[in-house]
Design a protein around this ligand. Structure first.
Ligand code: PEP
Ligand code: MG
Length: 588
């Protein structure tokens, strides 16, 4: 293996995940949730173990005080005050005392004891019916992670408070960590693992941050401060780039920039093809504040609101009222345009990690206790969300959809719960839209195959290609080893998409696509040619897709789809799509 610390240029090939080029210094990110080893401590070494704990508490205190001072200096005293709550955790007699007592009685290593006691406290705080105390659960969890990292000698996690703009290099970034990603400081994202549809990549694409994934052990080959170029077009990372490489990339970047400004020229224009067909372009959002971006890019509505991120970015379950306020904010901001709110899609790659009682570890999480399966089992949580969505529907145009529907029975069960919520709200005298449209995500092969049956029960379909591809091709969407086999243009995918559209249209049910395929200008014509009624994507991709739509005809897109349906290999179909795109969109 080359030694990258020698200042020679080294090119590392990965998978292109989010387009763009970045040049800057690396920040090596160590994952937030630390693995806690568990072992027995010999009696003779028990004094040292307690001293180790004391040292970790002191170091943690120093780190937090330093952050507090920086925040106070750079942002303000009020913002810095939250770190006082963190410092108080470190002085909490009950937490520290109980950890020591746990250690004395079990003799297990201090990390295990501290983890056990602090997790118990986090859980207890998060369930208390008092706003202030519930917030303390978040503080406690944050500080506990920091203490554990110090005990284990790991670098602190500073993904959400990078001091300068950096290229983030990580082994993996979980959805809950990427939810806290500092969106202004990330120059680029590079991950050892992952694929184009892993959540951190979806976030990177939404921020137009270049990303390269599947670079295997890069985290072990670089250190903080190393210089690199990230090329999100070709999926390469160039460490210690030479002058000539920098010049070459500088020229490419210039061209891309001028192309980007051409794209923005269509921002206010309608998404109409050259042969006069209007296409509905919608935005995917994860947080309420992303509505601003959706509006800035003239989205015609929100096609996918991934509500689980409200839960993932919080240390406890948001209440019905908090959810209502958040959803209402989005709905009012978009009104009269529609907002499709997707009910919780927790589990899979998006478990609430601190809620181990709700999300026990699974061998096969993507096929496990996820999304609608979780909601139908935890109807108390589901109903709080449904009532919050119904209440928000009184303030604009809301549509509701369920994720991971596998067949009609599941859909009808979910609708029965929704009906109960309607009755409850009526009894409370609370207003909601009586005509609220309910749709299903089509992302499981069984739903695709039974699209004709589901169409009878749905007002609309939204195809989640990220999952549909993973389940149809049996390719784990976040496994970098098989990422090259994750092929959106596999004939099985194209045929399935066609079948879903045809069945739905036979019953006048509109069909949209909200997976990553929809926001990729290379695939958008194929999807439209197959008959999709709308495309929903990260707001930042709207201009690129609109630019292409305005440069093509639906007749040509239909011909492309018809030809794709006759081709045998994913590569051939991809090549045809790419050709279609390049013939219409020239970068220079
Ligand atoms: C999908 O599966 O395509 C989708 C849009 O949902 P998510 O990426 O949130 O699973
Ligand atoms: Mg999905």
């Amino acid at each position: 293996m080359e030694d990258v610390h020698e200042k020679t240029e080294v090119t590392v090939q990965g998978i292109a995940a989010s387009q763009g080029i970045a040049y800057g210094q690396i920040f090596v990110y160590v994952q937030n949730d630390v693995e806690v080893p568990s072992y027995q401590v010999e009696t003779a070494k028990r004094i040292d173990e307690v001293a180790r704990f004391d040292r970790a508490l002191v170091v943690t205190r120093q780190q937090i005080s330093k952050i507090k001072n920086e925040v106070e200096k750079n942002i303000g005293a009020e913002e810095a005050a939250i770190f006082d709550a963190h410092l108080m955790v470190l002085e909490d007699e009950a937490l520290i005392g109980e950890t020591i007592r746990e250690f004395e009685s079990t003799g297990r290593n201090i990390e295990t004891c501290f983890h056990k006691v602090s997790s118990r406290y986090v859980q207890a705080f998060s369930e208390i019916d008092d706003e202030y105390l519930r917030e303390r659960a978040g503080d406690l969890r944050d500080v506990a992670q920091r203490v554990l990292q110090n005990l284990l000698g790991q670098a602190e996690n500073a993904l959400n408070r990078l001091a300068d703009q950096r290229i983030i290099v990580a082994s993996d970034i979980t959805p809950s960590d990427s939810a806290t990603l500092d969106r202004t400081a990330a120059l680029a994202l590079v991950m050892d693992t992952g694929s184009r549809t892993s959540h951190a990549v979806i976030v990177a694409r939404s921020m137009k941050v270049p990303a390269v994934v599947g670079v295997r052990n890069l985290t072990q080959r670089v250190k903080n401060g190393d210089w690199a170029i990230v090329d999100g077009y070709d999926g390469v990372v160039i460490l210690n780039p030479s002058e000539s490489t920098l010049f070459r990339y500088g020229t490419i970047q210039e061209k891309k920039k001028s192309f980007e400004s051409r794209l923005l020229e269509v921002n206010r224009q309608p998404a109409v093809t050259l042969d006069g067909v209007a296409v509905s372009l919608l935005a995917n959002i994860e947080k309420g504040d992303e509505v601003t971006k959706a509006k800035a890019y003239f989205a015609e509505g929100i096609g996918l609101y991934r509500t689980e991120f409200l839960f993932l970015s919080s240390a406890r379950m948001p209440s019905e009222h908090e959810q209502f306020i958040t959803y209402k904010g989005v709905v009012e901001a978009m009104a009269p345009q529609p907002v499709i709110i997707r009910t919780l899609d927790l589990g899979g790659d998006k478990p609430m990690m601190w809620k181990e009682d709700l999300f026990p570890k699974e061998n096969n999480p993507f096929m496990g206790f996820r999304a609608i399966r979780f909601c139908l089992e935890h109807q108390d949580i589901f109903k709080e969300q449904l009532r919050a969505i119904l209440r928000a529907s009184a303030y604009g145009k809301v549509k509701l959809m369920y994720p991971m529907i596998s067949g009609t029975e599941e859909l009808l069960r979910a609708n029965a719960v929704l009906d109960e919520c309607r009755v409850e709200l009526k009894a409370r005298g609370v207003a909601f839209d009586e005509k609220l449209e309910v749709g299903a995500m089509i992302e499981i092969p069984s739903a695709a195959v039974t699209a004709d049956l589901l169409a009878k029960e749905c007002a609309f379909f939204s195809i989640g290609t990220n999952d549909l591809i993973q389940y149809l091709l049996a390719i784990d969407r976040v496994n970098d080893r098989i990422a090259h086999l994750y092929e959106p243009t596999h004939p099985a995918i194209i045929r399935t998409l066609k079948q879903i559209v045809d069945e739905a249209h036979r019953q006048n049910v509109p069909v949209g696509v909200c997976g990553e395929m929809a926001g990729d200008p290379v695939f958008a014509p194929l999807l439209l040619g197959l008959g999709m009624d709308s495309l929903s994507m990260s707001p930042a991709w709207l201009p690129a897709v609109k630019f292409l739509i305005r440069s093509m005809t639906i007749a040509d897109a239909k011909a492309l789809a018809a030809e794709a349906l006759t081709l045998r290999s994913p590569k051939e179909i991809y090549a045809r799509c790419d050709e279609f795109y390049r013939a219409r969109v020239r970068m220079d």
